[in-house]
Design a protein around this ligand. Structure first.
Ligand code: XMP
Length: 214
């Protein structure tokens, strides 16, 4: 995946006019938008293809898929059929669940991102102790794309070490959650940024400022 300016916008707004206003200001600089449950549940899954058609961007569906294999397969297939280019899948569910998601994405000529460790403080309790094993599982399964936290650069660095230089890592947590873009991009290929862009008074200026820091 090629991410323009190494920034992915997390478009977690729930109103279409607001979403389009932010996209108008940011897509001259971006080619990758992460959509998640907030916008999809508010506006319906059609919003994925609408945004793609109206802004010529690629969409990562952050649905953090975490079910049994048979259900993961359906979630991945349906999401990709709604137009998403890739989908984020949890790794803690184990290799059978992840493999079902990976195989279904490949059948659609698309890709999964494997979520290793999360960016919020609460993730230290249950996810951090197994994150390195999840990353290694991904390597053993031949997964190329990963999600790892911008808020914990030591952990991001460790996950980079495990998945290798050829892997593609996207990293949430820059801005409001405390991560710094320059530190994040030492280890990740792209930063996922939401609130500090879409809640700012001038999303375009904020984005330009972030790009200038890279
Ligand atoms: P903010 O507003 O904090 O948005 O810049 C961050 C975005 O990323 C999502 N998020 C994650 N997604 N693994 C993920 O796959 C994570 O560890 C993680 N942490 C945050 C969050 O839902 C929002 O869309």
């Amino acid at each position: 995946m090629k991410v323009k300016n190494q920034i992915i916008l997390a478009l977690d707004v729930e109103d279409k006019d607001e979403a389009y206003k932010i996209l108008d200001q940011t897509t001259p600089y971006l080619n990758t938008i992460k959509i998640g449950y907030p916008i999809t549940l508010a506006l319906g899954p059609q919003i994925i293809q609408q945004i793609k058609d109206d802004y010529n961007v690629q969409i990562i569906a952050d649905f953090k898929v975490a079910d049994i294999d048979a259900t993961n397969e359906k979630i991945v297939n349906t999401t990709l059929n709604w137009g998403a280019d890739s989908i984020i899948v949890h790794g803690f569910t184990g290799d059978d669940s992840v493999l079902a998601a990976k195989n279904m994405a490949e059948k659609n000529n698309k890709e999964i991102f494997l979520l290793t460790e999360m960016s919020h403080p609460g993730a230290d309790r249950f996810l951090k102790p197994v994150a390195e094993e999840i990353a290694q599982m991904g390597v053993d399964m031949g997964i190329k794309n990963y999600v790892a936290p911008a808020t914990k650069t030591d952990r991001l660095a460790k996950i980079r070490e495990i998945v290798g230089d050829e892997a593609f890592i996207i990293s949430p947590g820059v801005g409001v959650q405390g991560g710094k873009i320059q530190d994040t991009l030492k280890y990740a290929d792209a930063a996922i940024i939401g609130r500090s862009i879409y809640n700012s008074d001038n999303p375009q200026q904020t984005l330009e400022d972030l790009i200038n820091m890279i």
